[in-house]
Write a protein that binds this ligand. Structure first.
Ligand code: DX5
Ligand code: ZN
Length: 218
């Protein structure tokens, strides 16, 4: 049984009480911070100054998911904050290999995300440049959407490619993860699971994390 990481998304938390909300998920593996710019996605969340404050008070490492245009220009500053991982979107990067190297050089794990309809295959040769591949299981932009089963074959192909190449790249899924869908995503090969509403939608988020972790361990 491989270790399964549960990264709650604070998109579903109470933004007025973020410090309290972070303490409620201290048994998580990391906290997933969704940065949206109203250009790459039709929604606006938070940026560098707020992420910096979250980093200062969080009991767990930060996993930043940048849903922002012009990632080449803006992503490195997130790595400079000392975050555990910084994930940019392949569709928003002009030079993804250069950017991944820059993130690593600044001390962060490098993650790259693919929207549901973005093909994996053009990026397979750059797997050694990455610490994490994020396969979006909903269209990015909003929490609370239904898991897209159409992404399962891509997760399977990513797992086969990662295992076949022998590189250590985590396979993260994000969007619509519940105690039910996590089983399918894990079976397909994902090992890092983002969950917003399935964690913060419960009265006891820590207990929800434990249940997700049990369901997602394979
Ligand atoms: C969506 C975000 C997700 C979102 C997931 O664009 O990237 O991280 O918070 O929310 P749920 O788990 O509710 O689908
Ligand atoms: Zn996300």
């Amino acid at each position: 049984m491989s270790k399964c990481c549960i990264n709650p998304s604070i998109l579903s938390a109470d933004f007025v009480n973020l410090e309290t909300e972070l303490k409620r998920i201290s048994n998580a593996d990391a906290v997933h911070v969704d940065v949206m710019d109203n250009h790459f996605v039709p929604n606006l969340t938070l940026g560098l100054p707020v992420v910096q404050r979250i980093q200062a008070v969080s009991p767990v490492p930060l996993d930043a998911h940048l849903m922002i245009a012009d990632a080449d220009r803006w992503a490195p500053a997130y790595a400079d904050l000392g975050l555990d991982s910084v994930t940019f979107h392949a569709e928003a990067a002009i030079a993804p290999i250069k950017l991944a190297r820059e993130l690593r050089a600044r001390g962060a794990k490098a993650g790259m995300a693919l929207r549901p309809a973005t093909a994996l295959e053009p990026y397979l040769d750059m797997l050694p440049e990455l610490d994490m591949l994020l396969i979006m299981t909903v269209e990015p932009g909003f929490g609370g959407q239904a898991f897209l089963d159409v992404t399962l074959p891509k997760i399977r192909r990513a797992r086969a490619a990662v295992d076949g190449s022998g590189v250590h790249v985590a396979i993260q899924v994000d969007g619509g993860i519940t105690e039910e869908t996590i089983v399918r995503a894990a079976e397909a090969g994902a090992n890092v699971f983002v969950a917003g509403s399935a964690v913060y939608g419960h009265q006891d988020p820590a207990a929800a994390i434990d249940r997700l972790r049990a369901a997602g361990s394979r």
